[in-house]
Design a protein around this ligand. Structure first.
Ligand SMILES: Cc1cc2nc3c(=O)[nH]c(=O)nc-3n(C[C@H](O)[C@H](O)[C@H](O)COP(=O)(O)OP(=O)(O)OC[C@H]3O[C@@H](n4cnc5c(N)ncnc54)[C@H](O)[C@@H]3O)c2cc1C
Length: 478
């Protein structure tokens, strides 16, 4: 099936939209903008390779990546034909509660049918497929090896002649390209240039305040090896993941992801600078010494296909755009440029996908009104907080159980920490709740969906069962 479809709204909000950054969030953003603008241009600094391999602009692509069910649903909604392509390319697909063997929150996650769906593959494959389906859309152009070096703007005359951008009347009306100095005009610019985005600097250059920043220091280090899966391997999982068992005592965890090409991607994740060794024997010992040596058992007789690759993730980073009262018209910021989350919990791409879906809803309202209103960005940022907050607060509660974690604890930390333990305990024994809880983590349902009296009452009395072995898949819900 071709993605070459025409929307009946195309052009309704303007002739040209620009997307800065052609990674996961940027490609999805372009897909949505293509419904509302006559033409969409993505400027990407990197030159994505023809082969499905990690690229310079996305170094995290060397390491295990999962697209949670909430993100999978968004990707499938915008690219219905991607499913077949992913399977043909070797991605594994299924209900993550059955196909994932997860030790998280101090217990093995029950392996019960949830109705959710997700893929397991390398990050480069996922991005390559999303890119392929994005550029197949007739009104989208991807310009690679092209860095944006700033926004261009005009000044609305609402405040009279001579008013300045700092009087909140700037309209971003294009971008400047670094290599040529050329300016490209647009009716709308989406800055999706990742965690190191220059959006805040460029906003200041226009006379606007930069958003406040929040960080949570965790000093997580990834060490990753690629390994050939043994032929004829009889496994009933495609992700085997064990996150730190007893926080704050344990700082080590990791996982095996079964990726295309009959390969295992094996990542060790050490918190607070407890980084894994980068030599294979040391790496094996790291996994052998974990409280649950399941990963070690899978890889102990195998040999790596190459050298270890490393990634150091010092801190979550959030830019509170939603707190700004002044913001130029014609601009939004999305993806990691807004919020970069602890990668151990695998929520970054899914939060970005939910932001893009929200952008779609905001643009649809404008399309009905026939124009993008002045406070569009502020409304967008405020609405996006429901996904960003859910992920930021939800997982940082776990990370603040380490006394070394730096930053501001989420509101109600003591209660949230207690409730999380109770929820993990209840989800180990109550399969209906386990599914409801997993749907929150996967951004399929909002956090309120588990804050129901029937769950809270059961959770209050739940005790963590002693479990020393991962349960087999396909246990029916109780
Ligand atoms: C080790 C690790 C593991 C992770 N694991 C997971 C996981 O399992 N699941 C998950 O969902 N998330 C995971 N994440 C997070 C995930 O990688 C990010 O959330 C996601 O890549 C964000 O996408 P993005 O498009 O916003 O930014 P990025 O992917 O960072 O892309 C930004 C793009 O903008 C381009 N760019 C930058 N500046 C310019 C410019 N001036 N002009 C033009 N182009 C520019 C860059 O080249 C790049 O292509 C992980 C992160 C790390 C570090």
């Amino acid at each position: 099936m071709s993605e070459n479809r025409e929307s009946n709204k195309q052009g309704i909000l303007g002739e040209h939209a620009i997307v800065i950054g052609g990674s996961m969030a940027g490609l999805l953003t372009a897909r949505v903008l293509s419904d509302y603008f006559e033409k969409v241009t993505i400027f990407e600094a990197d030159t994505p390779p023809d082969e499905v391999v990690p690229r310079k602009g996305v170094p995290q692509g060397n390491h295990i990546h999962t697209l949670l069910s909430g993100g999978t649903a968004v990707v499938r909604k915008y690219f219905p034909a991607i499913h077949e392509d992913l399977l043909t390319a070797g991605a594994e697909y299924g209900d993550p509660m059955i196909t994932n063997r997860l030790f998280v929150g101090g217990r093995w996650s029950p392996r019960v049918a949830s109705g959710m769906e997700s893929y397991v593959m390398s990050r480069p494959l996922l991005e390559a497929m999303v890119r392929k389906h994005t550029v197949a859309i007739a009104n989208i152009e991807l310009r690679v090896a092209t860095s944006v070096s700033g926004y261009t703007h005009s000044t609305r005359d609402a405040h009279g002649a001579g008013s300045t951008a700092s009087e909140s009347n700037a309209v971003v009306n294009g971008v400047t390209l670094e290599q040529t100095g050329e300016t490209i005009s647009a009716d709308f610019v989406a800055d999706v240039s990742g965690r190191n985005s220059s959006a805040t600097k460029w906003l200041e250059q226009l006379g606007y305040q930069a958003p406040q920043r929040g960080t949570i220091g965790i000093d997580v280090g990834y060490v990753t090896f690629e390994v050939a899966e043994p032929p004829g391997n009889q496994r009933d999982w495609n992700i085997l993941y064990t996150i730190q068992e007893n926080i704050p005592r344990d700082t080590r965890g990791g996982g095996i992801f079964c990726i295309e090409g009959g390969r295992y991607l094996v990542s060790a994740q050490g918190y607070h600078k407890d980084y894994a060794p980068t030599d294979w024997p040391g790496f094996l010992t790291y996994f052998k010494d974990l409280p649950y040596p399941d990963i070690y058992e899978e890889i102990k007789d195998l040999q790596p296909l190459g050298e270890a690759r490393e990634y150091r993730y010092a801190a979550y980073l959030r830019r509170y755009y939603e707190r700004l009262t002044e913001f130029p018209k014609g601009l939004v910021v999305l993806g990691d440029a807004i919020c970069s989350l602890n990668p151990v919990f695998g929520q970054g791409m899914t939060v970005a996908a939910k932001e893009v879906e929200h952008l779609d809803q905001c643009l649809l309202q404008c399309a009905e009104a026939g124009e993008i209103h002045d406070k569009f960005a502020q409304d967008f940022f405020k609405g996006a907080t429901r996904f960003v907050d859910a992920a930021w607060d939800g997982v940082s509660v776990e990370d603040f159980r380490y006394p070394q974690t730096r930053g501001q604890r989420p509101k109600g930390f003591g209660l949230a920490k207690w409730l999380n333990r109770k929820f993990f305990a209840l989800s180990a024994i109550d399969h209906e709740f386990a599914v409801a809880f997993a749907k929150v983590f996967n951004l399929i349902e909002p956090p309120e969906s588990v804050l129901k009296p029937k769950y809270l009452l059961k959770a209050a009395f739940a005790k963590m069962p002693v479990c020393d072995k991962s349960p087999p898949a396909n246990i029916e819900p109780n």
